[in-house]
Write a protein that binds this ligand. Structure first.
Ligand code: SAM
Length: 195
C-alpha cells in the first residue's frame, strides 16, 4: 500500500472488492479517472454506473473509456446521484464519491450536502454485505468544509452493527487536506441508530 492522498487511498480500499464485482458506481464521474479505475479493474461482465450533472464531465469520461476500449462496460448517466434509485435496484459491490467540483469548471456545479447525503443513503441501502463505499471530501474551502461536516454527521450515526465507518487522512499536510470516509457493510439491518 502507498500512503498518498485521499483519492489514491480510495482506489486502494476499493480494489480488493472489484475482482468479483457485478455492479459498481462512480457517483461523481467528473474527468472520468475513477470511472476508468472501476472499469479497468472489474471483470468484463461488470456494469459501471457513472453519474454526473455536467455533460462536460461525462464527455471527458466517455473519451477516456473509449480510448481504453472500456466504453461498453459503463452506463453514463447525466443526472444527479440523488436520483440513483431511479437507475439502480440491484445490489452494489462498490460505490465511489469524489466530492467537490470539476477542476476548471463552474464551482457552483459542486456537489452539495443534501444531494450527497441523499445519494449516499440510497447507495448504502443497495450495498452488498462486504461491499465498500468511499467518499473523498475536501474541507480546505468553506463549501467543502460544510459538506465534510454534513457527511460526517450522517455517517457517525449509522448503525455500527451494520456498517463499519472509518476516516482516513494525512496528518502532516497543511491547509486541511482531503479526507476519505470508507464504509463497509458488514450485515443487513436498518441503517440508523447505534444500538
Ligand atoms: N471522480 C472524478 C474524476 O475522477 O475525475 C472527479 C469528480 S469532481 C471532484 C466532482 C464531480 O461531481 C463534478 O464533475 C461535478 O459535476 C459532479 N457533481 C456535482 N453535483 C453532482 C450531483 N448532484 N450528482 C452527480 N454528480 C455531481
Amino acid at each position: 500500500m502507498v500512503v498518498a492522498n485521499a483519492v489514491r487511498m480510495a482506489h486502494q480500499f476499493i480494489l480488493p472488492r472489484l475482482a468479483n464485482a457485478r455492479t459498481v458506481v462512480d457517483a461523481t464521474a467528473g474527468n472520468g479517472n475513477d470511472t476508468l479505475f472501476l472499469a479497468e479493474n472489474t471483470p468484463d461482465a461488470t456494469t459501471v454506473f457513472a453519474f454526473d450533472i455536467q455533460q462536460q464531465g461525462l464527455s471527458k469520461t466517455e473519451t477516456l473509456l473509449t480510448g481504453r476500449n472500456l466504453r461498453h462496460k459503463v452506463r453514463l448517466i447525466l443526472d444527479s446521484h440523488s436520483h440513483l434509485n431511479k437507475y439502480l435496484h440491484q445490489q452494489l459491490d462498490a460505490v465511489m464519491f469524489n466530492l467537490g467540483y470539476l477542476p476548471g469548471s463552474d464551482h457552483k456545479l459542486s456537489t452539495n450536502p443534501a444531494t450527497t447525503i441523499e445519494a449516499a443513503h440510497q447507495a448504502l441501502q443497495l450495498l452488498n454485505i462486504g461491499g465498500v463505499m468511499t467518499i473523498a471530501v475536501y474541507p480546505g474551502y468553506e463549501h467543502g468544509r460544510l459538506e465534510c461536516q454534513a457527511v460526517y454527521e450522517y455517517l457517525a450515526i449509522l448503525n455500527q452493527k451494520v456498517f463499519s465507518v472509518a476516516c482516513w487522512s494525512m496528518v502532516n499536510q497543511k491547509n486541511n487536506p482531503p479526507l476519505l470516509y470508507v464504509i463497509e457493510k458488514i450485515r443487513s439491518e436498518p441503517l440508523e441508530g447505534i444500538t
